[in-house]
Design a protein around this ligand. Structure first.
Ligand code: SAH
Length: 393
């Protein structure tokens, strides 16, 4: 077994069970991509078992902090079973569930979502890549399913020196699946959809939105960055008279329109707008339009910490425009999925937008990812989605 020796003082984060070792913390030691290594303090004390990633600045990610634990097929079977059992206890209101949420489930660099009878997985790290076949077997055994599609077609793989990959790892067949979320039917394509197919992290927030639209009697709703219209269905279910879905992806909007009909809503209540959201918000303002509820669920404006400042300005801008477009008594559900922008900073950004818009609002609810996307005490990095439900005075 190869050993990775840390510099003096660099053992602290592992002792606090944070699973990452950065390149600069290592005094000596090397291994092959994904190979299991013993991570040691400067004096040789055991800290963790991990997997080595020669190309990444996160040079090692820990599998286990227990010296007696062996990193083998049984280890992955245990971790996968624990993750799946946890989701069963959570009793998620859908047959589409995040089963493995990377580090938060003790499986760094692994994301697995279940869509009805099909699993969709991302292997984002040399360690999970190396154990891929073992992990896939464990997932199928733990769920009793027979199909798993790989969606490792993401840019972060390059940071690990891994090529993008996509396709069936087990089973085959139609990649288009119908799932149920709350009372709604949704279609998800595990091959073509964003991420592993859909944004399951927003499940609870779509439900909160439906309830708020109904409770506050919102008639006209603008769903910005709608993707396939999840929040639009929520608004329709909440009784909205007119809902616009705005997105720059034509295929996503086409599916949004199909889903409106599939769920039995009158198509005349829904409009798809293929546009840049920022430009569309400005156009609505210029036209003097007003709404009773607006959703802002943009893509990650700050993919890395270096982009936080620019992203903050972009978030502020769309929030300012949206607040100006709301009638008094209107609702804003506003989100950020940028890891570098925590709830406090996001609050500050939206508060600044309110000042600039000359609009005062109450925080009805602080929003986060659904509980099948857990954050642990030791690994705050998995807490990326933050949001505010606001009521304009
Ligand atoms: N709210 C959605 C998820 C949104 S994901 C849900 O609940 O499922 C972000 C979406 O923003 C993607 O669909 C992407 O196509 C869209 N998008 C990205 N940049 C955009 C822009 N400048 N204008 C409009 N849409 C954009």
């Amino acid at each position: 077994m190869k050993a990775i020796r840390l510099r003096e003082g660099k053992e602290r984060s592992l002792q606090r069970r944070h699973p990452w070792v950065f390149e600069g913390s290592i005094a000596k030691g090397k291994a092959d991509a994904g190979e299991t290594v013993r991570i040691e303090a400067h004096d040789g004390r055991f800290l963790a078992w991990g997997a080595y990633s020669p190309a990444s600045s996160i040079r090692v990610r820990a599998w286990s902090f227990d010296e007696a634990e062996r990193i083998d097929a049984a280890f992955f079977a245990r971790r996968v079973q624990q993750a799946v059992a946890l989701r069963q206890r959570m009793a998620v209101a859908s047959d589409a569930v995040r089963l493995v949420h990377g580090e938060a489930d003790g499986l760094p660099g692994l994301v697995v979502d279940r869509y009805a009878d099909c699993l969709s997985a991302q292997f984002l790290f040399t360690g999970s890549e190396r154990w891929k076949a073992v992990i896939v077997d464990a997932l199928l055994a733990a769920t009793g399913l027979s199909r798993l599609y790989e969606r490792s077609d993401v840019g972060v793989r390059a940071l690990e020196g891994l090529p993008e990959q996509r396709g069936w790892l087990r089973g085959a067949g139609d990649t288009q699946l119908t799932i149920r979320e709350h009372g709604w039917q949704l279609q998800v394509d595990v091959a073509q959809g964003h991420k592993t197919g859909y944004y399951l992290d927003q499940r609870d927030n779509r439900q909160h939105f439906a309830q708020a639209v109904r409770h506050y009697g919102c008639a006209e709703v603008l769903n910005c960055y709608s993707y396939t219209g999840g929040f639009s269905l929520a608004a329709l279910a909440g009784g909205a008279a007119r809902v616009s879905s705005v997105d720059s992806s034509a295929p996503a909007l086409e599916l949004a329109c199909r889903l409106v009909q599939l769920n039995g809503f009158d198509a005349s209540r829904h409009q798809a707008v293929d546009a840049d959201v920022n430009a569309h918000l400005r156009e609505c303002l210029a036209q003097g339009r007003r709404f009773d509820a607006i959703v802002l669920d943009p893509p990650k404006f700050a993919p890395t910490a270096a982009q936080v400042e620019r992203a903050s300005r972009a978030y502020k801008d769309i929030n300012r425009l949206a607040l100006k477009l709301l009638r008094s008594g209107g609702l804003l559900f506003s989100f950020s999925c940028s890891g570098g922008i925590g709830p406090e900073l996001f609050h500050k950004i939206v508060a600044g937008a309110g000042i600039d818009a000359g609009v005062d609002a109450l925080i009805l609810q602080r929003l986060a990812a659904a509980c099948d996307h857990p954050t642990t005490l030791q690994f705050p990095e998995s807490d990326y989605l933050t949001g505010l439900a606001l009521l304009v005075r």
